[in-house]
Design a protein around this ligand. Structure first.
Ligand SMILES: Cc1ncc(COP(=O)(O)O)c(C=O)c1O
Length: 317
């Protein structure tokens, strides 16, 4: 099934959705995006889009930061997304990538007096990290951007240069993922994931004031740990050396799901195996993501496609 897009207020195959080479966002990273997973339930013949409203709320916050004036409410964005799925013909689990961007052909480096636009792409995307076998990480030599530089609470495209520098350094040095520290040397997050530690049986994760992205998977794991396992999460500053002495450690993200960390900077975490709490949270998260935890109806945007598979351009009104 070819990837599909909502672009220029039309639904079309992704291959036909093109932007001009002078688009401001392409040059300066003046855009923000989301990554959303939609699970195809072949028995119920419906999609379960995980925390769709929360992803769009976060995107609208990013738009406020970037002065992007989207003409859509959260509900309208959710509706557009289900319409895109309808048009795309997908009947398998999907990854949805909305992008709000500065669309003018201008060389001016600014946020005001520049036109905005919005697109959504839908495609497939396997887990970004090896969730089954765990990952090996290093602490990056790159530091996370600070809120005083580019606000990391938004998924702002330009910030991902920082993530890409860290990821490439890690992989070229033989690791799977980078852990990035804040300017003052506290643990922040992975290149595209939040991080959790298990220390003396307690869950610990860096706070919002340490320049993390406020991850939706992070929030999901905090709630599942509390409600299902009776485990509270401490949101507090984390020292680098706490990574080395943690009993367990894992990364969370829409792309990565819950990915166990087996090793950091050539030191085994615990016994270098997937820890007990990590495994339990992986199981709980997997069930929640598939829409199988009835305690959280607000997490699921359920959508049954009606139309047979079709192709071509379909303008919305
Ligand atoms: C820098 C960064 N941190 C954390 C996350 C995890 O966020 P979420 O769980 O909302 O996908 C992401 C994922 O996009 C990210 O890019």
């Amino acid at each position: 099934m070819p990837a599909y897009a909502f672009f220029n207020k039309q639904f079309m195959p992704l291959a036909e959705a093109k932007i001009g080479i002078m688009t401001q966002a392409l040059h300066y990273g003046t855009a923000c995006f989301e990554g959303i997973r939609g699970h195809w339930d072949s028995e119920q013949k419906r999609f379960c889009l995980f925390r769709l409203q929360d992803h769009y709320k976060r995107m609208l916050e990013g738009c406020r930061i970037l002065k992007i004036d989207l003409p859509y409410s959260v509900d309208e964005l959710c509706h557009l997304t289900s319409e895109l799925l309808e048009q795309s013909g997908y009947r398998e689990s999907v990854y949805i990538r909305p992008l709000a961007y500065k669309s003018s052909d201008t060389l001016a480096v600014r946020l005001h007096d520049v036109e905005d636009d919005f697109l959504i792409a839908v495609t497939t995307f396997p887990p970004y990290l090896d969730v089954e076998n765990g990952v090996r990480c290093c602490v990056s030599s790159w530091r996370r951007v600070d809120d005083t530089m580019v606000p990391p609470r938004g998924k702002i495209c330009g910030i991902y240069v920082n993530s890409a520098l860290a990821k490439t350094e890690a992989q070229e040095n033989g690791f799977d993922e980078a852990i990035v520290l804040t300017q003052d040397g506290h643990v922040c997050e992975g290149s595209a994931e939040n991080i959790f530690l298990v220390l003396q049986g307690k869950l610990v994760t860096p706070p919002s004031s340490d320049n993390i992205l406020m991850g939706i998977t992070r929030d999901t794991v905090i709630k599942l740990a509390k409600d299902e396992l009776g485990v509270d999460t401490m949101e507090r500053q984390v020292d680098r050396s706490e990574l080395y002495v943690a009993e367990e450690c894992f990364l969370t993200g829409t792309a990565a799901n819950v990915a166990p960390i087996l090793e950091i900077d050539h030191r085994l975490i615990g016994r270098g195996e997937i820890g007990k709490m990590t495994a339990e949270l992986q199981k709980l998260f997997a069930a929640a993501m598939l829409g199988r935890n009835p305690k959280y109806p607000d997490w699921y945007y359920l959508f049954c496609p009606k139309a047979p598979v079709q192709s071509g351009h379909n303008r919305i009104t």
